[in-house]
Design a binder for this molecule. Structure first.
Ligand code: NAD
Length: 356
C-alpha cells in the first residue's frame, strides 16, 4: 500500500497524497515528552497551582541533569550506529504512524525525527488523516512489521476514538515494539526470570537517570506515584527488578503523603501539577519527576509554563537529588527510544543474542 522513501525520509502512501495529510516532516513518537498534553488544535487548558508553602531554607538537592545525561546517551548511540554501519553496512530504522493532526503529537514526532537524524538512525513514517479506519492503520503496522529495514515501530498515541488502541498496539510485532507497550513485553517485565525485548522508554529513562547518577536502588524503598501502563506500572516493575522494595501510590490511596514519606526513591508520574509537596518527602530522598503539566503563566510569551508532579521549590530543600521539569525525564525518554531501536537492530543483525 505504501512506498518507502528512505534515507532519513518517510514512508508516504501514494493513496494518501491527495488527502489531508499533515506535514511530511512528521515522524516518530508516542505520547512522550517535552510538551504539555494539549488538545488537538485548541488552546491548552491550564491547571491552577496551589500556592507554595513558605520553605525558607536554601535548596540543598543536587539537580539530575536529564538533558546532559540524554546527550551523553545519544553520543554513545551515535558511536554504536556508526560501528554498525561499518561492520554490517546497515543502520537502525524507526517507523512512526501518526493518525490525525494533534499539534502536540506533531511536535513530538518532529523532535523524534531530529533525534534520529542526529544519531544516524533512519526514520520512516506515515501521517494519516483523522478519519483513517482501524484496518488501514493495521495495514501500515503490518507493512512495517514486514519491512526488514524497520527495527522499531511507534504508533503515536492517543489515537482517534474510533480506533482501538489495544488492537493497534497489540498488532506491532514484539521484536519491533520499541515503545515496550505490547502486553507480551509488559508481561515479561512483570515475571521473575524473564526479560522483555523492550521496556517502555520513560520508565527506562528514569532508571537510567538513577543508575548514571550513582543512586543505589538495591535494598531501597521506592514509591511510585501513578500506575499507568506506560509509566507508573513499568517503573514499579523495573525498580523491583533492580531489587528495590516498591510501593505504588495511586488515585485511591488514602494517605499518599504518609506512604511517600517512607521512600528513599520517589518516581512521580501522576499528571497533577505539584501534587508532591516538600512535606511528602523523607529528607535525603531521590526524586524523579515524570510529570509534564502546563500551568498558566501570563509572564511568559506562551502564557503558560511547564511544571512537574512535584513542587520543585519545596522538594529541592528536602531531597538529596531531583530531576527538573523540563530538562529531567523528558530528554531521557527520547534517548531511550533511540536506544531501544538500536538494540532491536543489533538483534536483527546478529550483533547481540536474539533473545535477551
Ligand atoms: P495517566 O493519566 O495515564 O496516569 C496517571 C496515574 O496517576 C494514574 O495511575 C492515577 O491512578 C494516578 N493518579 C491520578 N491522580 C492521583 C492522585 N491525586 N494521587 C495519586 N495518584 C494519582 O498519566 P501518565 O501517562 O502515566 O503520565 C503521568 C504524567 O507524566 C503526566 O504529567 C504526563 O504528561 C507525564 N509524562 C511524561 C513523560 C516524559 O517523557 N517526561 C512521558 C509520559 C508521561
Amino acid at each position: 500500500m505504501a512506498t518507502s522513501v528512505r534515507g532519513g525520509g518517510f514512508v508516504l502512501p501514494p493513496a494518501a497524497a491527495g488527502r489531508s495529510f499533515s506535514s511530511q516532516s512528521n515522524l516518530l513518537s508516542n505520547r512522550l515528552l517535552l510538551l504539555p498534553k494539549i488538545g488537538p488544535v485548541c488552546a491548552p487548558r491550564f491547571c491552577k497551582l496551589r500556592s507554595s508553602s513558605p520553605f525558607a531554607v536554601e535548596p540543598s538537592a543536587t539537580i539530575i541533569d536529564g538533558k546532559a545525561i540524554a546527550q551523553q546517551v545519544r553520543q554513545e548511540i551515535a558511536a554504536e550506529v556508526s560501528k554498525m554501519k561499518e561492520s554490517v553496512g546497515k543502520v537502525p530504522g524507526l517507523a512512526v504512524i501518526l493518525v490525525g493532526t494533534r499539534k502536540d503529537s506533531e511536535t513530538y514526532v518532529r523532535s523524534k525525527k531530529k533525534a534520529c537524524e542526529e544519531v544516524g538512525i533512519d526514520s520512516y513514517g506515515v501521517n494519516l488523516p483523522e478519519d483513517t479506519t482501524q484496518d488501514e492503520v493495521l495495514n501500515f503496522v503490518k507493512k512495517f512489521n514486514d519491512d526488514p529495514a524497520v527495527h522499531g515501530i511507534l504508533v503515536q498515541l492517543p489515537l482517534p476514538k474510533h480506533i482501538s488502541e489495544e488492537a493497534i498496539v497489540g498488532s506491532v510485532c514484539i521484536e519491533k515494539d520499541v515503545d515496550g507497550f505490547h502486553p507480551m513485553n509488559i508481561g515479561a517485565l512483570a515475571m521473575q526470570g524473564r526479560t522483555p525485548l523492550f521496556v517502555s522508554c520513560t520508565p527506562k529513562g528514569c532508571i537510567e537517570l538513577l543508575v548514571r547518577t550513582g543512586v543505589v536502588i538495591k535494598g531501597k524503598h521506592a514509591v511510585v506515584i501513578g500506575r499507568s501502563n506506560i509509566v507508573g506500572t513499568p517503573a514499579a516493575l523495573l525498580l523491583q527488578k533492580q531489587n528495590a522494595t516498591v510501593t505504588v501510590v495511586h488515585s485511591k490511596t488514602p494517605n499518599p503523603a504518609e506512604v511517600t514519606r517512607n521512600a528513599d526513591i520517589v518516581i512521580a508520574a501522576v499528571g497533577v501539577p505539584e501534587l508532591v509537596r516538600g512535606d511528602w518527602l523523607k529528607p535525603g530522598a531521590v526524586v524523579i519527576d515524570v510529570g509534564i503539566n502546563p500551568v498558566e503563566d501570563l509572564s511568559t510569551k506562551k502564557g503558560y509554563r511547564l511544571v512537574g508532579d512535584v513542587c520543585y521549590k519545596e522538594a529541592c530543600q528536602v531531597a538529596s537529588k531531583i530531576t527538573p521539569v523540563p530538562g529531567g525525564v523528558g530528554p531521557m525518554t527520547i534517548a531511550m527510544l533511540l536506544s531501544n531501536t538500536l538494540e532491536s537492530a543489533k538483534r536483527a543483525y546478529g550483533l547481540v543474542d536474539a533473545a535477551p
